[in-house]
Design a protein around this ligand. Structure first.
Ligand SMILES: [Zn+2]
Length: 189
């Protein structure tokens, strides 16, 4: 059997930048190519109920496995799987890095999509590390809701203070709570 050297692609950007659409696009291409694919998503992302699917804001979907922590990827991995896609990677924290390293060592192709920054414009662990490890980084931007320019940030619109590193399931992906913003309009109301 041919041994592959492992390949990591990271798809990063703010909310509303089409990260999940890009991940699904790649997964569908892999499926057309008859590759064995497994898609994992963190349980915290319950914006579309408990359905075992990866949904994007645009409404396209793909079957996925809901898991609670990084190690579950290895636990649930089918040895025949060639491509592992991980959505909403920011919810897995630092431990995802060693899981990805393990998969790469096994010669797998790994696709990781996640938020590059928190709504406070801080690097969102583990994305910065994964981006430096990657063979390819696809950095996406959204559209600023105020001026229509490229937006690299998403801003939390509600007033309560919460820790950007603590996952808050009630706020994940809720369009009314976040807006994409360009640099100029991030600090303006
Ligand atoms: Zn703007």
């Amino acid at each position: 059997m041919k041994r592959h050297s492992g390949y990591l692609e990271v798809i990063a950007g703010p909310m509303f930048s089409g990260k999940t659409e890009e991940l699904i696009r790649q997964v569908k291409r892999a499926a057309i190519g008859k590759k064995r694919v497994q898609v994992f998503k963190h349980k915290v992302d319950t914006r579309y109920g408990r359905a075992k699917k990866v949904y994007s804001h645009a409404g396209i979907s793909f079957e996925s496995e809901l898991i609670g922590k990084s190690r579950d990827i290895i636990k649930n991995l089918n040895p025949k799987t060639e491509i592992i896609a991980i959505d909403e990677a920011q919810w897995f924290g630092d431990s995802l890095v060693e899981v990805v390293e393990y998969l790469l060592k096994k010669g797998k192709k790994v696709l990781v999509a996640g938020l590059a920054l928190t709504f406070d414009r801080q690097p969102f662990i583990p994305m910065p590390t994964l981006m430096t490890m990657a063979d390819k980084v696809t950095k996406l931007s959204a559209i600023c809701t105020i001026c229509g320019d490229e937006a690299v940030y998403h801003k939390r619109i509600t007033k309560t203070k919460i820790d950007p590193y603590i996952a808050d399931p009630t706020l994940v992906g809720r369009l009314e709570s976040y807006e994409a913003r360009c640099r100029r309009h991030f600090s303006k109301p």
